[in-house]
Ligand binder design. Structure first.
Ligand code: TYD
Length: 228
């Protein structure tokens, strides 16, 4: 069912771990090599899913409970997969996605206390066979991540208010960090944990060394003659 032409890489981790910066650095580097890149994010990434994103992050769905939120994340993910990710992979692109199914496992499953079978059923419907080839888990102590997320929010005047999930207590963020590390232990072939505490350029180098060997064949051909 799943195309083998492209490469699907997801980025996961708590708040303030630098996912968007690292995605940008990797995308720039791969583009310079002539690789066809699609950068996307969740919740969102397709028009339908972006509409649901607003409902989720504003907190408008919070009053209806975690189960409702989980179903909405799954609805958004399925739209994103079918409208954007699957066609991009079928065309041979490398898809870099900011958060994907592991965020639901962690935020709604572990810290949202939803039962694993419910999360698994939703996941199956949401991804419909499109599993990431590689998941980079950016790892940082929760307090440091929150500190970074706060200073970023202050720098961006319009988003100074924390979103629905950023508002939660430090120990919840710490539990999420542990939950991401547990997933990495359970799925070592798909997941790679990267220490997110160093200089962005060093972290980018580490991520590149993980992703480069996985690039589709046509991309490595470009690499042989490419510069950077
Ligand atoms: P976003 O503004 O994209 O920030 P971040 O930089 O943290 O990715 O916010 C997305 C928020 O939604 C984030 O707090 C995690 C949460 N989330 C879930 O709870 N479940 C999910 O399945 C996804 C994709 C995100």
């Amino acid at each position: 069912m799943r195309s083998k032409q492209g490469l699907f890489v997801t980025f996961e981790g708590g708040e303030g771990t630098g996912k968007s910066t690292q995605i940008r650095l990797l995308a720039d580097r791969l583009r310079r090599k002539g690789v066809d890149i699609l950068v996307t994010r969740e919740p969102g990434g397709s028009p339908g899913a972006e509409a649901v994103r607003h409902v989720l992050l504003s907190g408008a769905a919070e009053q209806f409970g975690t189960r409702m939120e989980a179903v909405l994340f799954a609805a958004a993910r399925n739209d994103h997969v079918e409208e954007i990710i699957r066609p991009a992979l079928a065309s041979g692109a490398v898809v870099l996605c900011d958060r994907f199914l592991d965020s639901t496992r962690v935020y709604q499953g572990v810290t949202g206390n939803l039962e694993p079978s419910f999360i698994q059923n939703l996941e199956r419907v949401a991804i419909n066979g499109v599993m990431p080839d590689c998941t980079i888990i950016l790892d940082l102590p929760a307090a440091e991540g929150l500190r970074r997320a706060k200073s970023r929010a202050q720098a961006e005047a319009q988003t100074a208010e924390p979103d629905r999930f950023e508002k939660e207590e430090l120990d919840t963020h710490e539990k999420r960090r542990e939950a991401f590390l547990d997933i990495a232990d359970q799925e070592p072939l798909r997941c790679r944990v990267v220490d997110a505490s160093g200089a962005p350029e060093m972290i980018a180098e580490k991520i590149f060394s993980i992703v480069e060997p996985l690039l589709p064949i046509h991309s490595s051909r470009v690499k042989e003659t490419g510069s950077a």
